[in-house]
Write a protein that binds this ligand. Sequence first.
Ligand SMILES: *Cc1c(COP(=O)(O)O)cnc(C)c1O
Length: 362
Amino acid sequence: MTVATKTKVHNYSAGPCILPREVFEKAAQAVLDFEGSGLSILEISHRSKPFEAVMAKAQSLVKELLGAPDNYQVVFLGGGASLGFHMVPLNYMKLGGKSAYANTGEWATRAVKESKLVGDTIVVASSEDKNFSYIPKGYAIPSDADYFHFTSNNTIFGTQYRQLPKSPVPLICDMSSDIFSRPVNVADFALIYGGAQKNMGPAGATMYLFDPERLGHTGRKLSPMLDLKNHGAKESMYNTPPVFAVYVSMLTMEWMKSVGGVVEMEKRNAAKAKLLYDAIDRLPLFKGTTAAEDRSVMNATFVMSDAALEPAFDVMWKEAGISGIRGHRSVGGYRASMYNALPIESVQALVDVMEEFAKKHG
Ligand SMILES: *Cc1c(COP(=O)(O)O)cnc(C)c1O
């Protein structure tokens, strides 16, 4: 099936985000006729054999791409990473226990807030003093906390942990916006979770990758819908999973695997980030907003040194077919989200516009 599309758009959306063209084509085909069944992926039972195979494939691809230990489990649930913020303390903080958090941005702030609703919550490090423009270093994590939670990539403010924190207690990570962007050692984590819509697939599914041994020790009675152990034991089929989002995530993971997995993603992402950050540093009209050593490879935030030039710049990048680089309202300026599926040609298109603009106005 071929579908005519408009001329190329360079999609820098922070999420839901760009996915590979071939994934869109396969997904479109499956909406019309799923694997020659005569049925749409949108109308098949989640308990049908073909969908059970999709779920199993999606679960095994997460583990394969990240090199997760065999005993780890994967589930895809609704509710977004935002529901995860509440499920984490419910599932990992003991009754009368406590949790430790690093607060590196808007999403981390929300995670802290949800943990406080559940129990004693200690913020061991924060970069709020400088509008979340850096990653805190050299802090201590109390060894009697039930877990330490951090956000590996700060989607809004544009910082990222280059080195993952060492912790004396189980590590839990909201990896929504940089999962599959680089290799990680999954065995170091009790839980990795994230909304699919940043680097894994479309909106609608939230992925949880966890060690089941670490669940069920809080002494807390949970609704089965909020109980990760239950979802794991039921193979992510306790209730109807987000069927289409899981399917498209599976296709995206197949694409990642076919082009070389997370090692190749890391290479591509590093090249794209270097191209853009070099331009930001080279052109005096543009300024990065974060500490250079903590710059995110996924979301590059920058402002213009003269804000009065913004409208003229906006006209120019829009004319070049660039979409979605307006910054989040809490930072202003610009944010270029360069997720896995964004080709380096799109980054070159943005850099070309920046250079041309600098020539005219520099
Ligand atoms: C987008 C985002 C979220 C929120 O995800 P939802 O799926 O909208 O709940 C949480 N954490 C990070 C790091 C994000 O980028």
